[in-house]
Write a protein that binds this ligand. Structure first.
Ligand code: GDP
Ligand code: IMO
Ligand code: MG
Length: 420
C-alpha cells in the first residue's frame, strides 16, 4: 500500500487534528513527519477537547499504531505532559506509540536560544511559539544535535553538557538572562520516561508496514505557507511542511506516496508575524475570530483572520501535488450576508495569480463576492443537505483550483463531517 499524506495548505491550524482523528478508523498507522510542540492539533469527542503537540492524532483510536518520525523534534517535558494526560484518560500509549531513534531532541537551552533570538529581533520578531523549534533544527542541520537514540548511550550526559556549553556561549552574545536549572530537572525526568517507550528505526518499520499492505496516513504539522523553503520567509517555521517533508521525515520514497489530502479553512488565519494579503482589520475579521474561536491551540494567542486566498491556495496545491481537498470551518460564516474570495493580486497596477517572492503591503487582493448561505451547516452530515449557495461557493473553488473538495468539516466534533 502507498502512504497517504494529510497536510495544511495555509498558515497552520486548518483542522488537521480533527480530520486525522475522523479518518483514523480507515488507517492502521498514523505518522507525524515534521515540526514539534509548536503544533497544536485539537480534536473533540464526548464534548471534550483534546490538544496534541507531538503525538499523532490517531492516538485516541484503540487499534491505530502512532509513529513520531525522524523529521520531528521532541521536547521531552512537553511529551511527558501529553503522555500523562493520555494515560489519565486510559489510552494505552506504551503499546501503540513508536518514536524514531533519529528524531532530534529539543534541549532546555534551545528554548532559551529561541527566546533570546526573538528578543534580539525586537519588532521584526518571527512570532515563534518559543518552543525551541528553530534552534533545534539549526543544530540538526549544523550536525550538533542530540537524538532520541542517544538517550540510551552511556555518555549521554557528556554529550548533553557539551551542547549546552555551546549554547551558553551563543546566549552570551545576545545578553539574555536565564536559568536552566528548573527546566533541566524536569527534562531529565522526562528522558527517563521516554526510555520506557518503543524507540525504533521508524524508516524500517514504516517500509515493512508498506510492504505488508498496511494503510498509513502521514499527518503534517503547520502549513505550506510556513514551509522553510516555500513559505513567507523569514516568517516561517524551520521544517519542510510540504508533502516532500513526509518522504524525508519518515524515510518513504516519493513513489510510495498515495493520496495527498490538502486541508484548508473556508477563510484564512495566521498566528505570529508575517505577511497576510487578505487579512481583515474590520468587523468581519473580528467576527471570523469570534465565531471561529480563533485562538492558538499552543500559545493561546489570538489568530489574525481574513478571506480565503486562492492564489496562495493554488500555490500550495502545486507544491504538494494535492489530489483531494478538505474544507474546514465554513460553519463559522453561517450568518454572513456576503463572503469574499481573493482570486488574484493587484501589484502596482498589474494583476497576477502568482504569489510573489516578496509578499508585502503592495499586494492588493482582487475579490469576488458570494451571497451567504445563511443556514446552519453544523448538523448536516450528507452532501444533499447542503444549501445551494454554499454548494455554489464550493464548486467555484473546485473550478478555480481544479481539485475536488471531497470532505467538508462543519464543526469541531468527530461526527460533524460530510463526505462528498
Ligand atoms: P490543527 O493545528 O490544524 O490541528 O488545527 P487546530 O486544532 O490548531 O485549530 C483548529 C480549531 O478549529 C480547533 O479548535 C478545532 O476544534 C476547530 N475545528 C476543526 N474543524 C472545525 C470545523 O469544521 N468547524 C469549526 N467551527 N471548528 C472546527
Ligand atoms: P499547527 O500544526 C499555526 C507559527 C508561529 C510563528 C512561526 C514560527 O498547529 O498547525 P516556530 O515556533 O515554528 O518557530 O514559529 O510559525 N507556527 C504555527 N502557526 N499553527 C502551527 O502548527 C504553528 N507552528 C508554528 O506562530 O509565526
Ligand atoms: Mg494548530
Amino acid at each position: 500500500m502507498k502512504v497517504d499524506v494529510l497536510l495544511g495548505l495555509q498558515w497552520g491550524d486548518e483542522g488537521k487534528g480533527k480530520v486525522v482523528d475522523v479518518l483514523t478508523p480507515k488507517y492502521n498507522v498514523i505518522a507525524r513527519f515534521q515540526g514539534g510542540p509548536n503544533a497544536g492539533h485539537s480534536l473533540e469527542f464526548n464534548n471534550t477537547r483534546h490538544v496534541l503537540h507531538t503525538i499523532p492524532s490517531g492516538i485516541f483510536r484503540e487499534n491505530a499504531i502512532n509513529i513520531i518520525g525522524n523529521g520531528v523534534v521532541i521536547d521531552p517535558v512537553i511529551f511527558k505532559k501529553e503522555i500523562d494526560a493520555l494515560m489519565a484518560l486510559g489510552v494505552d500509549v506504551k503499546k501503540n506509540l513508536f518514536l524514531s531513534k533519529r528524531a532530534n531532541l529539543i534541549l532546555p537551552s534551545h528554548r532559551i536560544l529561541d527566546a533570546a533570538s526573538e528578543a534580539f529581533r525586537g519588532k521584526s520578531k518571527i512570532g515563534s511559539t518559543l518552543k525551541g523549534i528553530g534552534p533545534t533544527y539549526m543544530d540538526k542541520t549544523g550536525r550538533n544535535g542530540l537524538r532520541i537514540g542517544d538517550i540510551i548511550s552511556s555518555n549521554f550526559k557528556e554529550k548533553y553538557d557539551a551542547l549546552v556549553e555551546k549554547h551558553r556561549q551563543i546566549i552570551q552574545l545576545y545578553v539574555y538572562e536565564y536559568d536552566l536549572a528548573p527546566y533541566e530537572k524536569e527534562w531529565f525526568e522526562a528522558i527517563n520516561l521516554i526510555k520506557e517507550f518503543n524507540l525504533v528505526d521508524s524508516e524500517q518499520l514504516i517500509n515493512e508496514y508498506i510492504l505488508s499492505g498496511k494503510n498509513i496516513l502521514a499527518e503534517g504539522a503547520q502549513g505550506t505557507l510556513l514551509d522553510i523553503d516555500f513559505g513567507t520567509y523569514p516568517f516561517v517555521t524551520s521544517s519542510n511542511t510540504i508533502c516532500a517533508g513526509a518522504c524525508t521525515g519518515l524515510g518513504i520514497a516519493p513513489n510510495k506516496i498515495g493520496e495527498v489530502f490538502g486541508i484548508f479553512k473556508a477563510y484564512c488565519t495566521r498566528v505570529g508575524s508575517g505577511p497576510f494579503p487578505t487579512e481583515l482589520f474590520d468587523e468581519t475579521g473580528s467576527a471570523l475570530q469570534k465565531y471561529g474561536n480563533e485562538f492558538g491551540s499552543t500559545t493561546g494567542r489570538a489568530r489574525r483572520c481574513g478571506w480565503l486566498d486562492l492564489p496562495a491556495l493554488k500555490y500550495a496545491i502545486m507544491l504538494n501535488g494535492v489530489t483531494q481537498l478538505i474544507m474546514t470551518k465554513p460553519d463559522v460564516m453561517d450568518n454572513f450576508n456576503t463572503i469574499k474570495v481573493a482570486t488574484a493580486y493587484n501589484i502596482n497596477g498589474k494583476e497576477t495569480q502568482i504569489l510573489p517572492f516578496e509578499v508585502n503591503d503592495e499586494i492588493v487582493p482582487v475579490y469576488i463576492e458570494f451571497k451567504g448561505w445563511k443556514t446552519s451547516l453544523t448538523s448536516f452530515n450528507a452532501p444533499e443537505q447542503l444549501p445551494s449557495a454554499f454548494v455554489e461557493y464550493v464548486k467555484f473553488i473546485e473550478k478555480e483550483v481544479q481539485v475536488p473538495v471531497t470532505i467538508i468539516s462543519v464543526g469541531p466534533g468527530r461526527d460533524q463531517i460530510i463526505f462528498r
